[in-house]
Design a protein around this ligand. Structure first.
Ligand SMILES: [Zn+2]
Ligand SMILES: [Zn+2]
Length: 335
């Protein structure tokens, strides 16, 4: 098969490689579309130790099953599927045995989908609706993160939300929230094209934080009360401090963005006490794939997909995301 092997840094080469062996519990998938994630950018910067070169990256994908192992129960050849890339979990550590497999310290990732085929265990393979375009199927993984974050935030019907960042996660999160009890959303995003898209996809108010005063906008938006639920979906530490400032008394701050490890921000403990703030971390997902798939045909997702590249241009695809061009960039091995 053809695969884009990552050799570290920006060295990604299109090569001919062997199909991985198919174990009795495994499913082989012909990849149709694989989304570029912000994580892929961290990976080529060497800032994501879970992936070590040489390997194949790319974890947000959809495709068709072409072969199944002898013990595979539910998945059939020809099924249109997507894969939960959370990876291998040990099932013997403290966390796994508390049902928190997403926090397993022994987690290891699967080989990725910037390739013509992948081979993964059936337990991480999920069927997509028959008539669903593969491009949308490749969004299941970011949706699963938004569903996890929404579940942790547990919005009350009619509440308001502030979202920092109108990238893939911010926009999907906004849609899931608006379908999960949140009635009004304000989005803070410096890029004009992304603000416009946020507006188109349901934001009540969009703010350019480089030119406008977000505090004033929040005051207007909430009649001076403050935000019920503030989501940081960028990965910039100062935004968590900012979110704590704009949250109302009794409000919640949810950290979804992946900030650089070790980089601090100041949050004022008195405010946490006085405002009775809840600060929540949302890490990937925990069995939210089935519910993410239920959202696929209900959410307005098509505007999110802005670019597609053939497998040979995998690096170009990742660099497009790195520059903040468009929203979701797809790599399509069949192009
Ligand atoms: Zn991702
Ligand atoms: Zn474990």
């Amino acid at each position: 098969m053809k695969c884009a092997i990552w050799y570290g840094g920006r060295d990604i080469r299109l090569e001919e490689c062997e199909l991985p062996p198919l174990g009795p519990e495994d499913v082989r998938i012909e990849v149709n579309a694989c989304g570029v994630c912000g994580t892929d950018v961290h990976i080529i910067h060497g800032a994501f130790p879970l992936y070590q070169p040489p390997t194949i990256i790319g974890h947000e994908y959809s495709g068709t099953v072409v072969e199944v192992g002898s013990n595979v129960r539910e998945i059939k050849v020809g099924d249109r599927v997507t894969v939960d890339p959370s990876g291998y979990t040990c099932m013997v550590c403290y966390y796994c045995r508390q049902g928190q497999i997403h926090l397993c310290p022994n987690r290891a990732v699967f080989r990725g989908a910037y390739a013509e085929y992948t081979t993964v265990p059936e337990r991480v393979v999920y069927k997509l609706p028959e008539d669903l375009p593969f491009d949308l199927g490749a969004l299941t993984e970011p949706i699963s993160c938004a569903v996890h974050a929404t579940g942790l935030a547990n919005p009350k019907t009619g509440s308001n939300a502030l979202i920092y960042g109108a990238g893939t996660i911010g926009l999907i999160l906004m849609q899931v929230l608006l379908h999960s009890g949140v009635s009004r959303v304000i989005v803070s995003e410096p890029l004009a094209a992304r603000r416009e898209l946020a507006k188109e996809m349901g934001a009540d108010v969009v703010v350019d934080p480089t030119k406008e005063d977000l505090g004033e906008a929040v005051k207007d938006f909430t009649k001076g009360i403050g935000i019920d639920l503030a989501f940081e979906a960028v990965g910039k530490p100062p935004l968590v401090k900012d979110a704590a400032k704009h949250a109302r008394r009794g409000g919640k701050v949810v950290v979804v963005g992946v900030a650089p490890p070790g980089e601090p921000t100041e949050v004022v403990p008195y405010d946490i006490y006085y405002k009775e703030l809840t600060i929540i971390g949302s890490h990937i997902r925990l069995f939210t794939f089935p519910r993410a798939i239920n959202w696929l045909s209900k959410l307005n997702l098509a505007p999110i997909i802005t670019h597609e590249f053939p497998l040979a241009d995998t690096l170009k695809a990742i660099e497009t995301t790195e520059r903040g061009e468009g929203i979701k960039v797809l790599v399509k091995p069949k192009l």
